[in-house]
Design a protein around this ligand. Structure first.
Ligand code: MN
Length: 232
């Protein structure tokens, strides 16, 4: 694309920093998995069957870097956090077999699937798409990525979120209903995965609302922390 032939200033491209380096991982799409920890399914009023994973997307420009202040969004009075393991894809594919899935991963990180819970629930009750509840501005704070060469593949370990120092989510990645290779296999049946895609793999129990002034700190074993503050 020649910027000189663009009729508007070209939008900037989303990226995630690579931890401990000056390198960046350009982001193409953000996929998210719904209902992937039993205790969270229960708290949302669902049943515990191993139904196929639910997928939705957020726009790539909803990414907010670690250390940011994010605005309390309009059109909600239940603005919820969901702390999630982020998987970054380096090699694309369709119908990726479970046994090959790990070869497609560049690295891992810590992310938040920020949600207008009231909007999501209202839309869900009416059988309508979740977009306005999930895919809005600044709805995807993400920490730096940790390459597989440095941290290995991540399938267990503590996942923990505090709000103003108080523990709100405290679980283990082992409790994911659909494991990362199964998520990649399933997702690639619906979408052609490409390098630059990232996947938020679902949240454990303990989701809740935040208000302006709150500080959220998410952490996952081996992947460091992600800190964001909510502003007016
Ligand atoms: Mn989520």
């Amino acid at each position: 694309m020649d910027a000189g032939s663009c009729v508007i200033t070209p939008p900037s491209r989303a990226f995630l920093p690579v931890a401990g380096t000056s390198q960046i991982f350009p982001v193409r799409r953000i996929y998210c998995v719904g209902r992937n920890y039993v205790a969270h399914v229960r708290e949302m009023g669902g049943d515990e069957s191993r139904d196929p994973p639910i997928f939705f997307q957020k726009p790539s420009d909803s990414i907010v870097p670690d250390g940011s202040s994010i605005s309390y969004p309009p059109m909600t009075s239940k603005y919820h956090y969901e702390l999630e393991l982020v998987v970054a894809i380096k090699k694309g594919g369709r119908d990726i077999p479970v046994e090959d899935a790990l070869d497609h991963i560049y690295g891992y990180g810590v992310g938040l699937d920020m949600t207008r819970r009231d909007v999501q629930m209202d839309l869900g009750k009416s059988g309508l798409p979740w977009e306005a509840g999930k895919a809005f501005d600044e709805s995807c704070p993400c920490g730096p990525l940790h390459p597989v060469e440095q941290v290995g593949h991540i399938s267990e370990g503590s996942i923990r979120l505090t709000v103003d120092g108080e523990v709100k989510q405290d679980s283990d990645l082992r409790l994911m209903i659909w494991k990362v290779p199964e998520i990649i296999a399933n997702l690639s049946k619906y979408f052609m995965l490409q390098p630059g895609d990232i996947i938020l793999t679902g949240t454990p129990a303990g989701v809740g609302a935040v208000v302006p002034g709150n500080e959220l700190v998410g952490s996952i074993d081996k992947l460091g922390t992600l800190t964001v503050r909510i502003s007016d």
